[in-house]
Design a protein around this ligand. Sequence first.
Ligand SMILES: NC(=O)C1=CN([C@@H]2O[C@H](COP(=O)(O)OP(=O)(O)OC[C@H]3O[C@@H](n4cnc5c(N)ncnc54)[C@H](OP(=O)(O)O)[C@@H]3O)[C@@H](O)[C@H]2O)C=CC1
Ligand SMILES: Nc1nc(O)c(N)c(N[C@@H]2O[C@H](COP(=O)(O)O)[C@@H](O)[C@H]2O)n1
Length: 271
Amino acid sequence: MNQEEKIKYLLEEIYNNSNFNFDKSPYPEVTLTYAQTLDGFISGMPNTPPLLISGKESMLMTHCLRNKNDAIMIGIGTLLNDNPQLNVRQLSGFNNGGDVRNPQPVILDTKLRFPLNCKLLNNYKEYKLNVEQKINGYEKLTEIKPPIIFVAEGLYDLKKAKILKDYGIKINEIKCNGSQLDISKVLEILKSTYNIRNVMVEGGAQVIRSFLMNSQIIQHIIITIGPLYIGNGVKALGFGDIEKNSLPHLEHVQSLTLGQDIIVIGKPTMS
Ligand SMILES: NC(=O)C1=CN([C@@H]2O[C@H](COP(=O)(O)OP(=O)(O)OC[C@H]3O[C@@H](n4cnc5c(N)ncnc54)[C@H](OP(=O)(O)O)[C@@H]3O)[C@@H](O)[C@H]2O)C=CC1
Ligand SMILES: Nc1nc(O)c(N)c(N[C@@H]2O[C@H](COP(=O)(O)O)[C@@H](O)[C@H]2O)n1
């Protein structure tokens, strides 16, 4: 088995041994995953270039996880800072007719700050154009699914939403009482409207915090620890203290090394 096959096998084991019952749950199966430094940071200071924490082997694991999940969720903070692609381009066979798939991107974006020139939109537009115009080799392209954006009712620009919808982007309005979107509602819609069976939540800090504070909706946590210190930056849980009792601990813990990185895998529990 090569490295990619070994990682895929490891992930199969994790998901096959999950006692998650999709039919009985109002939500998809949720995996929270991120990479952090030895001093607990997931990135440098806000508005600085993206920080590479994962080595090539654990980045391959991230792409295998993306391949395994129907959807990948990030907050608008990550989109604005990193301009990510959220695809599986590191897997063998990508764009060469291989048996791999991209997850559908999901963005939490109350005020629709989604930039009209971001890679997520450009990649989707380019893919659609290739398929619609049957451009040479289009049959072998790995499908790119349209991003799904969650916005708050009354807080976003309807004209911008119309432009995005015309490109094929899915926009879902949620009633929002507080300052952030209700992640339970978001997950319910992903399951009921989009038939999303499993979702990996990649971050950033505020999204990780929201999920960990509602850890009953998470089935798996997979953390990559890269062997570096950076001194300051954005902590995995963002800024501001949290009551210790609101956070879970892990059970059924496994750990392994991939390259120079340590991977910690477990199930969150409050008990
Ligand atoms: N190392 C790693 O694995 C990863 C690192 N990162 C890093 O994280 C940093 C970004 O983190 P951060 O700035 O916290 O941004 P986030 O990606 O967590 O996005 C936060 C924003 O999402 C919107 N939002 C809407 N609803 C919710 C909700 N229920 N919970 C949380 N957020 C919600 C809010 O914006 P609004 O009010 O406008 O809707 C909020 O400000 C970047 O530097 C990036 O590099 C990101 C992913 C993985
Ligand atoms: N697994 C992992 N390791 C790191 O070191 C990271 N910085 C991240 N970041 C996440 O990956 C996104 C970038 O994705 P693309 O390479 O553009 O597909 C970034 O936005 C974070 O979500 N992840």
